[in-house]
Design a protein around this ligand. Structure first.
Ligand code: GLN
Length: 280
C-alpha cells in the first residue's frame, strides 16, 4: 500500500513557497486559504494543513509565481481601510488613489443631499468609500463595463454603502444632472507604455489603464465635460500619471476651472489635479 502523503505544517508550507514567491505574498495567500489572522499564522508554525488546504495553497503559489496579482488570487484588496472584492474585470485599487478621497473630504463638507459622482468606478472603491465617509451625500457611480458594475454593486452591498450605479460612457448616461463633487481615476497610461506589459499590470483590464497615445484621452474628455455636470462652486479631482500634472492643469484651464492645483501621492509625485467650477 502506498504511504499516505502528508500535508506540511504552516512553517513547512511557507518554506516551500519562499523558494518560489515573496514571503509577504506567501503569507497573504496562506492566510487566505486558512482564513486566519497573521497572528495565528505566526503563533502555530507546527499546525498541519489539511490536504485540500495544501493543494489550494500550492496552486495559488504557482499562479503567483507566473505573475498573477495577489489581489486577484485572494479576490480582495483593502482601500481606505475597507476590504474590496476585486476580479480581473476591474483595476486593483492602489494606495495612491486614497489621495482622491482625502482631497474630496477636505474640499467638501458633508452638506445634506450633496451630489457626488465617481466616473469609471471599476471596483467601486472611490464611490463606496465616499458614500461611507459622507453619509449625507447622494453618490452616483458610472462605468461602461457591465461586469465592473457588478463587482462595484457587490462591494456596495457588502460594505452597506448606498450608491446609485449607472452603466455608460463617462457623462453620456447622466443627461443634464449636476453634482457638487466629481472624482475620477480614469485610464491614463499611454497606449505604447512598456509598463502595461510588466508585473501585475499585465493581468489588469487594459480598458482601465490605457488611454490614447499620451494617456490623456479620457482625462481630456472628463475635464471638458465636467462643467456641464458641476454645480457652481463644485469640484473636480482626477488621478493621472506621474508626468501628466502640467498637461492636466492645462486641460482644466482650457475648460474654465478656477483654483487649479495638483497634489502629491505617497511617493511625492503629483498624482491628482483638480479645480473648482465657479459657473459662467
Ligand atoms: N496607477 C496605475 C498604474 O500605474 C494606473 C491606473 C490608471 O490608469 N488609472 O498602473
Amino acid at each position: 500500500m502506498a504511504a499516505t502523503e502528508l500535508a506540511p505544517d504552516i512553517a513547512g508550507a511557507l518554506n516551500w513557497a519562499r523558494a518560489r514567491i515573496a514571503v509577504v505574498d506567501a503569507r497573504v495567500l496562506l492566510r487566505h486559504v486558512l482564513q486566519c489572522s497573521s497572528a495565528r499564522l505566526a503563533a502555530y508554525p507546527e499546525a498541519r494543513l489539511a490536504m485540500d488546504e495544501w493543494t489550494e495553497f500550492r496552486s495559488l503559489v504557482e499562479r503567483r509565481e507566473v505573475g498573477e496579482p495577489v489581489a486577484y488570487l485572494t479576490g480582495e484588496r483593502e482601500f481606505y481601510g475597507r476590504p474590496f472584492l476585486v476580479s480581473p474585470v476591474v483595476l486593483i485599487p492602489r494606495p495612491d488613489t486614497e489621495l482622491l478621497i482625502e482631497l474630496a473630504l477636505a474640499h467638501f463638507g458633508d452638506k445634506p443631499h450633496s451630489r457626488v459622482l465617481d466616473l469609471g468606478t471599476g471596483s467601486g472603491a472611490l464611490a463606496v468609500s465616499l458614500a461611507l465617509e459622507l453619509p449625507d451625500a447622494d453618490v452616483t457611480a458610472v462605468d461602461r463595463s457591465r461586469e465592473a458594475l457588478l463587482v462595484a454593486m457587490a462591494n456596495a452591498a457588502r460594505l452597506k454603502a448606498s450608491v446609485s450605479f449607472v452603466l455608460g460612457d463617462w457623462f453620456a448616461p447622466l443627461g443634464g444632472d449636476r453634482y457638487h463633487l466629481i472624482v475620477a481615476n480614469p485610464p491614463y497610461v499611454a497606449a505604447a507604455d512598456p509598463h502595461l506589459e510588466e508585473g501585475d499590470v499585465r493581468f489588469e483590464p487594459s480598458t482601465a489603464l490605457a488611454a490614447g497615445p499620451q494617456g490623456l484621452d479620457d482625462l481630456a474628455t472628463i475635464a471638458a465635460g465636467a462643467p456641464r455636470h458641476l454645480e457652481p462652486g463644485g469640484w473636480l479631482f482626477m488621478e493621472h500619471g506621474y508626468d501628466q500634472a502640467g498637461a492636466v492643469r492645462g486641460l482644466l484651464t482650457d475648460a474654465g476651472f478656477s483654483g487649479i492645483a495638483s497634489w502629491k501621492d505617497l511617493a511625492g509625485i503629483e498624482r491628482v489635479s483638480g479645480g473648482q467650477w465657479l459657473g459662467r
